[in-house]
Design a protein around this ligand. Structure first.
Ligand SMILES: Cc1ncc(COP(=O)(O)O)c(C=O)c1O
Length: 452
């Protein structure tokens, strides 16, 4: 277990709402060795005996080589837990990637694209076929007309779409509202773009089967003249919350009143349970001109390693996103973009089957967790179960996650990694259930040991 996890510190710590004060985690910086090679101080010119020219670099630099920004966050705890799972031979229910095959049609499409020598850079903002498919599907799913030539940027995953968007719209000191618990990338994304995150709490359901909720007044207090954007993730990772139309309308009203952008990560839009409706922020009246919709192939088509995502935004914002994206990555993998066009042309039944498959997996894992002693917050969407671990009597989530991966053989994500203040997540851990039945069976068998 890395020191970072043992210390139970969150990637972002103590991010105040008025003046940002980030706890620095200096041991992360120590991981990078930057000592100059061959830094001998005996620097005589042996050939002619003349005093040698000063060394190119001093032996021990007094310069701070690392940016201040990287001191404000650590590597991802989620990805760290995957490494821990591999180290301890644990069942990995930490990171959200499927361990089952992707649809045959899209793998074939990728193979065909490679065979057809689609090997060179695609147009920097995305292959035309894929952009056309995204625009078509935005029409079908959100009822929105999107111009594929002017309003779509294909990126290396929705991860890049989010950071490119934030870099494109934020100036130093701009504030960005984020619901917490939050998908851990949003914290570092804000820091990298110079924005100051302002967190608004999602409160866990008081009763079994209840909803995660937020306080309207707390949300309103987070908005002021410095607010540039709100980052919204629905269906939500890690809570499984799906924001209702009424909640989104409330957020819409604040965005309009304070002239704020909504940057919505809708990567789980097709993974919904019990007839829950996904409402796209962009589809609400008044939001077309102030919404950036982020999505991607990773979750809907079970290809998290392909790294194809996109941002859909009004032309002016798209132009800015495209500029950032171009200089960050030039473009997403060209043959996989072609396969993306095939993926987005799959029939409606594909999406129904996808959601039903995840409902079965959720209902496979949840009883095993409950029987083992976890209190589960039933997700309405996405493929995670957030749990309460109070019953186990551990001092905190990180100690518990460490015990679980090392002694029980199951990897989860400590709840603190989803909060600004690690104490808020100290009684929670998250499990991913995007796994084969046999993987979930094995996890259930191991979790059974918790009762002994
Ligand atoms: C909410 C959310 N957004 C984005 C991502 C990353 O998506 P991508 O693979 O498209 O970069 C994840 C992955 O777990 C996620 O949960």
């Amino acid at each position: 277990m890395s020191r970072r996890l043992c210390e139970g510190r969150l990637a972002l710590a103590a991010v105040g709402s008025a003046t940002p004060s980030y706890a620095s985690l200096p041991f992360m910086a120590n991981r990078v060795s930057i000592s100059p090679k061959n830094a001998s101080t005996k620097n005589k010119n042996k050939r002619n005996g003349a005093p040698a020219a000063p060394p190119l670099r001093p032996a021990a630099s007094s310069k701070q080589f690392l940016s201040d920004k990287v001191g404000h966050f650590t590597e991802s705890v989620i990805r760290e837990m995957t490494r821990q799972a591999m180290l301890h031979g644990a069942v990995n229910l930490a990171q959200g990637f499927p361990d089952f095959p992707a649809p045959q049609e899209i793998k074939q499409a990728a193979q065909q694209a490679v065979a057809a020598d689609v090997n060179q850079y695609a147009i920097t903002w995305g292959a035309k076929n894929l952009r056309n498919a995204i625009a078509r599907q935005m029409g079908v799913w959100q009822g929105i007309t999107v111009d594929p030539e002017k309003e779509i940027t294909v990126c290396c995953g929705s991860t890049e779409a989010m950071i490119s968007t934030l870099l494109a719209v934020c100036n130093a000191g701009d504030e960005v509202v984020i619901f917490e618990p939050f998908y851990e990338n949003y914290g570092p994304d804000s820091v990298l773009s110079g924005a100051k995150p302002k967190f608004v709490k999602l409160r866990p359901p008081a009763t079994d089967g209840g909803e995660w909720t937020f306080d309207d007044k707390e949300l309103r207090r987070a908005f002021d003249k410095h607010t540039k954007a709100i980052i919204l993730n629905t269906p939500n990772n890690p809570t499984g919350k799906v924001f209702t139309r009424a909640e989104l309308e409330l957020i819409r009203d604040l965005c309009v009143e304070f002239d704020v952008l909504a940057i919505t990560d809708e990567i789980y839009e097709h993974i919904l349970y019990e007839g829950t409706e996904h409402v796209a922020m962009v589809s609400l009246e008044g939001m077309r001109e102030r919404t950036v919709t982020i999505n991607g192939m990773s979750k809907t088509y079970s290809v998290t390693g392909w790294r194809v995502g996109w941002a859909v935004a009004p032309e002016k914002i798209t132009n800015a996103i495209r500029k950032v994206h171009d200089f960050l990555t030039v473009g997403a993998p060209a043959p996989l973009q072609e396969a993306g066009a095939t993926a987005l042309s799959l029939p409606a039944q594909y999406y129904a089957k996808l959601a039903e498959g995840y409902r079965v997996r959720r209902d496979h894992l949840m009883p095993a967790l409950t029987t083992a002693g976890f209190r589960c917050f039933r997700p309405r969407g996405a493929y995670y179960i957030m749990t309460d671990i109070s019953a186990f009597g551990f001092s905190d989530d990180v100690t518990f996650a460490k015990y679980l991966v090392q002694e029980i053989g199951v990897a989860c994500v400590p709840g603190s990694s989803f909060y600004r203040d690690p104490r808020d997540g100290a009684r929670q851990v998250r499990f991913a259930f995007c796994k084969k039945p046999e993987t979930l069976d094995e996890a259930a068998r191991r979790l059974g040991k918790l009762r002994n």
